[in-house]
Design a protein around this ligand. Structure first.
Ligand code: BGC
Length: 776
């Protein structure tokens, strides 16, 4: 179909309408013009395809699909081939369910471990996140299903995600936050990209021409469609101009009249609308449905099991693992109810699910804790620990700790788990901890136990994988994709995280880039992960621009190693001490040696400066190793590049000790941080939420109560508590989202004129408000 011709044959009103979805998951079918609709469903670690009532928060049912390990776990595999396979499998499930575009992968950087969606995201490191996403995308798209790479950009917290403003300096933006998107766009050509909810340096993602057109399309060559996150559309006129194509979900005609008027009065060019419509049409044509496909449930479950095994990280092992089933006792709630995924839009209805206690009823077991990690039967667990050779404790983050929509308050475990582990360790010297949870945790008892196996959120085959690993039928080969600090206070954003308008004062010093440079000891470094076998690295050798190292499995089991390449910049200047530049996961039989070759490229030595990535001349070291703090050898490397003056001399950015001040940050930004006053009655706009306005508006207090009652309906009385992640999430989402998002997300319940009327009233203009509503 000639897209231009088709689009130009449509009336202006139809073209505008086409750029907003039909319902929760579909684009509009424009049958008059021969245009079918396109179906989207959530990823990223499985398919959340809904056939009944739709929602974007994981509340209503979805069809059974394979729940693969969530982003954090998949990333810990450091295995691009596996991510490709996962992508292929998810695409097959999409084919069966008639889904044309999968909403994922999600590559937002883990700026602070408390971010509520850490479990869905890949890493604190942009290179790792970008490479894994590229493979996943290639896997999905190899089966003729599209992806939507999300959430672009700087959506690194849940608090006020819909109207908060991420204030970031250009260098951190380019080197850290945009980098995974850049890698994935350039390497994997995602079919579409989802813009985030938040503002970036004052401009909403949907309206951000600099991000969506100048960088994404012009610089990186993105040819797909840009879709809003669900309810993220800010100003439809600016968004058309910015290159934001599709407004999702459908059901409301938000700002369509205003767009029409803007075209009529010359404020918006029709060509801007046409370009968006053409890109949506292109996406629809590129990924048609293939009815009749059926995916292999058993095979996918086995793939989920394999990924769970390969992403488990053996954090510590004093030689106690692997162990014999007959030697152990088990305690901890998650052994009888596996914690395997997080809450929110990525929530999957698994095709099968087992618990460890169900898989091995012969192993003596005491729950000891409840679902929330409170101790309920400590003495029974201690009694069991006294009688068995080895005690395996299941601990981690309860499901209400991590969710889309809100952040964690702390990285501490529930006290119950800390006490349980300590008390068991007092009576049994052989304690193995199996940790479940989608993000970094404080482990104050780490020195008191013999082994710690971190499973992340391992998906529906997690219990099988845990047993495979504990018993040595699988050999752990995962590596941490984020640093585990000793305590929360060590996180550079520990004091500043979780405000409405976060200033990214730490700039490029995210994760290991900060701990290394500031010399802060950590519990487990980035890239760390042990194996039941051992690997020896030969001294790396540089041949031209190829760095080689031979790795030998010196143990008695076959295993996999992730060979990591870092560029060490030395300690001087506004640079990270080291940065991951490449990695390779290899399989080695006992005694086997493989040579790993890395190509050394100029872009290893670049810094974003004066509007571009510049190669910085200097003396570097290229280091290879088994983890960022376990480098096994290095070679010096001289770079002749642009001789750029060291920026930010004598500031925190050169010597990041303590926390950066606002002045440091403003010097880096090159201007003061724009002041944003707390909005008050009389100044409220469609960007404010009911929750923000209710402090001085009776109308908004009433709206809050009405909304609360409305959203509570599907929940049983006892489920209406903030301890229930689904309830917490939907209450926050419905009452603390901007009025414009409410219009878009409410499927017509809250019309634009009703919202505008309520807003007038919140601003104290009651008559005006009523008039607006009547106009409705
Ligand atoms: C999430 C997206 C998701 C969308 C659709 C939003 O709440 O932020 O990641 O794809 O809903 O469910």
């Amino acid at each position: 179909m000639d897209k231009k011709k088709t689009i130009s044959s449509m009336s202006l009103r139809d073209r505008i309408a086409y750029c907003t979805g039909a319902d929760m998951w579909h684009t509009k079918a424009m049958s008059r013009y021969g245009i079918p609709s396109l179906k989207m469903s959530d990823g990223p670690h499985g398919l959340r395809c809904q056939s009944g009532e739709g929602d974007n928060l994981g509340i209503h049912a979805s069809l059974p699909s394979t729940c693969f390990p969530t982003g954090v776990s998949a990333a810990d595999s450091w295995d691009t081939e596996l991510l490709f396979k996962e992508g292929e499998a998810i695409a097959e499930e999409a084919l069966e369910y008639g889904v044309n575009v999968v909403l994922g992968p999600a590559v937002n950087i883990k700026r602070d471990p408390r971010g509520g969606r850490s479990f869905e995201y890949y890493s604190e490191d942009p290179h790792l996140a970008g490479k894994l996403a590229s493979s996943y995308i290639q896997g999905v798209q190899s089966r003729n299903v599209g992806v939507s790479l999300k959430h672009f950009a700087c959506n690194n917290q849940e608090y006020k995600r819909s109207n908060g403003n991420s204030i970031v300096d250009e260098r951190a933006l380019r080197e850290i936050y945009l980098k995974p998107f850049e890698i994935a766009v350039k390497e994997a050509s995602p079919a579409s990209l989802m813009c985030s909810y938040n503002r970036i340096n004052g401009i909403h993602a949907s309206d951000h021409r600099y991000l969506l057109t100048d960088i994404l399309r012009k610089e990186w060559g993105f040819e797909g469609a840009v879709i809003t996150d669900w309810g993220a559309m800010s100003d439809r006129i600016r968004a058309f101009q910015a290159g934001c194509d599709l407004n999702m979900p459908g059901g409301a005609d938000y700002m369509e009249e205003a767009v029409l008027a803007a075209v009529k009065n010359g404020a918006l060019a029709e060509a801007d609308i046409d370009r968006c419509a053409e890109r949506i049409l292109k996406l629809t044509e590129q990924y048609p449905s293939h009815p009749g496909f059926r995916f292999d449930r058993k095979k996918h479950h086995q793939l989920a099991r394999q990924i769970a095994c390969e992403s488990a990280v053996l954090l510590k092992n004093d030689g106690i693992l692997p162990l014999k089933r007959s030697d152990i006792g088990i305690t901890g709630y998650f052994a009888k109810e596996l914690r395997y995924q997080g809450a929110g839009s990525s929530h999957i209805n698994p095709t099968e699910l087992h618990s460890v206690t169900e898989l091995c009823p012969e192993i003596p077991y005491v729950s000891a804790t409840d679902r929330s990690g409170n101790l309920i039967e400590l003495s029974r667990a201690v009694k069991l620990a006294k009688r068995v050779k080895t005690m395996v404790v299941f601990a981690g983050l309860p499901d209400n700790y991590e969710s889309e929509g809100y952040d964690r308050k702390t990285i501490a475990l529930p006290m119950g788990y800390n006490t349980l582990i300590r008390e068991i360790a007092k009576v049994n010297e052989n304690v193995v901890v199996v940790l479940l949870g989608g993000a970094v945790m404080e482990l104050p008892w780490a020195d008191q136990v013999k082994a710690i196996l971190y499973m992340g959120l391992p998906g529906q085959a997690g219990s099988e994988a845990i047993l495979d690993l504990l018993e040595g039928n699988a050999n752990p080969s995962g590596k941490l994709s984020e640093t585990w600090p000793m305590v929360q206070e060590d996180v550079i954003t520990s004091e500043t995280f979780g405000t409405k308008n976060p200033c990214y004062r730490e700039s490029i010093y995210v994760g290991y880039r900060y701990y290394d440079k500031a010399k802060i000891p950590v519990r487990f470094p980035f890239g760390h992960g042990l194996s039941y076998t051992a690997f020896h690295y030969s001294d790396p050798v540089l041949n031209g621009n190829i760095l080689e190292t031979a790795v030998t499995n010196t143990g008695s089991r076959s295993g996999k190693e992730v060979v990591q390449l870092y560029v060490c910049n030395g300690a001087e200047g506004f640079r990270a001490a080291k940065e991951l530049k490449d990695f390779r996961k290899i399989h080695l039989e006992p005694g086997e040696t493989k040579t790993v070759r890395f190509e050394v490229r100029d872009d290893f030595f670049t810094v974003w400066q004066d509007g571009g990535f510049r190669v910085i001349a200097g003396e570097y070291r290229l280091a290879v190793g088994s983890g960022s703090a376990d480098l096994r050898g290095s070679v010096p490397y001289t770079v002749k590049g642009d001789c750029i003056k060291e920026p930010m001399r004598g500031t925190w950015y050169e010597h990041p000790l303590g926390a950066p001040s606002q002045q440091d940050f403003e010097a880096l930004l090159g201007h003061p941080v724009p002041e944003e006053k707390e909005p008050v009655r009389g100044e409220y706009t469609m960007d404010n939420s009911c929750y923000e306005m209710m402090k001085d508006s009776l109308v908004m207090r009433l709206q809050y109560l009405f909304t609360k009652a409305y959203i509570s309906k599907p929940f049983k009385k006892e489920e209406r508590t903030m301890d229930n992640p689904a309830y917490h999430l939907i209450l926050t989402a419905a009452t603390d989202c901007p009025m414009r998002s409410l219009v878009i997300n409410s499927n017509g319940v809250m019309s634009e004129s009703l919202a505008e009327g309520l807003l007038e009233m919140a601003n104290g203009h009651y008559l005006k408000g009523i008039r607006k509503m009547i106009r409705r």
